[in-house]
Design a protein around this ligand. Structure first.
Ligand SMILES: CSCCC(=O)/C(O)=C/O
Ligand SMILES: [Fe+2]
Length: 179
């Protein structure tokens, strides 16, 4: 089960590029777990009848799901939405995303407020905790198809940084002190 993540450079160049440091500074899954990020590798070819996915949904209570195809010709308001997704924000609930096709990056902040880039491809299911600052972008292939999962009725509202006064943000920051 592998997931690649790395610390980002600070270049303003195209957000879709990898933005690795030189030399590369990888971030192991264990460190992502300590930031509240969790990961499963699944077989996306069978997502419609995958017992493993069903098991995760049942155990985690992910009752809601929908599928978004993120590319210029399928996503209404493509440019605006991509801009919004890449603006640093948090949510009041966990963000749960399963990549069914294509590629994408999630960027998250570590404890020192440094950006970590998480590289996602087909079969990767990732959960980001409520209250973590993050952003999302396509890579240079400009396409991904993603399943969005949610516990109960979905709430997509994003709060752009600064959002430090939210209780969920304070709870998240406090949870980091355990490590
Ligand atoms: C990958 S689904 C669209 C992006 C999104 O919902 C989000 O909140 C990104 O952080
Ligand atoms: Fe988000």
């Amino acid at each position: 089960m592998t997931l690649e993540a790395w610390y980002m450079d600070s270049s303003e160049e195209d957000q879709r590029k990898p933005h690795r440091l030189n030399p590369n500074q990888p971030v192991p899954l264990k460190e992502l777990n300590q930031l509240g990020v969790f990961y499963w590798k699944l077989n996306a070819d069978i997502y419609e009848a995958d017992p493993e996915l069903e098991k995760i949904r049942k155990e985690q209570g992910y009752t809601y799901m929908d599928i978004l195809s993120i590319r210029k010709d399928t996503l209404p308001d493509y440019e605006t939405k991509l801009k919004m997704f890449f603006t640093e924000h948090l949510h009041l609930d966990d963000e749960i995303r399963y990549i069914l096709d294509g590629r994408a990056y999630f960027d998250i902040r570590d404890k020192q407020d440094r950006w970590i880039r998480i590289d996602l491809g087909k079969g990767d299911l990732i959960t980001l905790p409520a209250g973590i600052y993050h952003r999302f972008t396509l890579d240079e292939t400009d396409y991904t198809k993603v399943m969005r999962l949610f516990v109960g009725e979905p709430v997509w509202k994003a709060y752009n940084r600064p959002a430090d006064d939210f209780e969920i943000r304070q709870k998240y920051v406090a949870s980091l002190k355990a490590f």
